[in-house]
Structure formats: structure tokens, C-alpha cells
Design a protein around this ligand. Structure first.
Ligand code: 4NP
Length: 157
């Protein structure tokens, strides 16, 4: 599965790291391939934002990703692409003009039991509390996402 945000240095690397942590702790590491990408190419090769790294670390999670930009092939090669906000969703679908893969592109917060406005707010230009808020949303949503997917994995595996 592929988590997608704008820069691939804040929200989607966090979702990748947090979801992988939930998967590992559930003993399901062999059942999931977890990655992230950004719709923009500004931070290709970069480590996650220092503020996001620090927030994740405070919660016991080390983020290991490097920035990469979403490509049209990603729609073919992943089973589920989860957009952090509506702009990301739009930009993902723009790479699939015929809608061949539209049914595997979703808003991440569709899985959030408390979905608010369905988007993970972009913390990049804000203060430290924004990063903590993003952590809470991402952690809660990843927990519910794994609950929703684990049943399929167990049946399939
Ligand atoms: P992200 O946040 O999409 O959660 O990784 C951003 C990172 C960088 C920029 C914007 C948002 N930027 O403008 O460089």
C-alpha cells in the first residue's frame, strides 16, 4: 500500500512508519508492503522533516523513508493508494485519466472513526502542535485501517 501526501516529508512518511509499526506489532509484517510518496518532486531523496521525525520519535517510532515522487506506474503496482487530503486525491487521479485504478485510490481518513473533514491537515507551515495533531489522526486512522484490512489478509493468507 502507498500513503500519499504533497511533499512526502511530513504526513505520508509518518503514516508509512506508524502503519508499519501497527503491522509489525500485529505479527502481520509478511502480509503488507508499506511505502509512501509525494505528488510534488521538491523533496525527492530527502529525509522526513525534522519536526515530524522528532514527533514520531517521541511516540517510539523511527521514520526511515526518503522522499520520492508519485508516478503513474504506482497506480498499477499498489493495491491501495491513500491520499492525505483532497488535493492529493485529485493529483493521484490526474495520473489515471481513464479511471482504470480509481477504485483503489481513497482518502486515508475514510478509515478514521472520527474523520472530521476527511483530510489530514498539512503541518508544514504551522507550529509544533500541528505535528502532534497529525500524529493523533494518523495513529488512530492506521489502527482502524489495519483492523479493516487484517480480516482480508487473514482470509487471503
Ligand atoms: P507533506 O508536507 O505534504 O505532509 O510532506 C509538506 C512538505 C513540504 C511542503 C509542503 C507540504 N513544501 O511546500 O515544501
Amino acid at each position: 500500500m502507498l500513503f500519499v501526501c504533497l511533499g512526502n516529508i511530513c504526513r505520508s512518511p509518518l503514516a508509512e512508519g506508524v502503519f508499519r509499526d501497527h503491522v509489525d506489532r500485529a505479527g502481520l509484517a509478511d502480509s503488507f508492503e508499506v511505502a509512501s510518496a509525494g505528488t510534488a518532486g521538491w523533496h525527492v531523496g530527502d529525509r522526513p522533516d525534522a519536526r515530524m521525525l522528532e514527533t514520531a520519535r517521541r511516540h517510539g517510532i523511527e521514520l526511515s523513508s526518503r522522499g520520492r515522487q508519485l508516478r503513474a506506474e504506482d497506480l498499477e503496482s499498489h493495491d491501495l493508494l491513500l491520499a492525505m487530503d483532497r488535493d492529493n486525491l485529485h493529483d493521484i487521479l490526474f495520473l489515471d485519466p481513464e479511471g482504470r485504478f480509481a477504485d483503489k485510490v481513497r482518502l486515508f481518513r475514510e478509515f478514521d472513526p472520527d474523520p472530521g473533514d476527511w483530510q489530514v491537515p498539512d503541518p508544514y507551515y504551522g507550529g509544533p502542535e500541528g505535528f502532534e495533531q497529525v500524529f493523533d489522526i494518523v495513529d488512530r486512522t492506521c489502527r482502524a485501517l489495519l483492523g479493516a484490512l487484517a480480516a482480508h489478509v487473514r482470509v487471503a493468507g
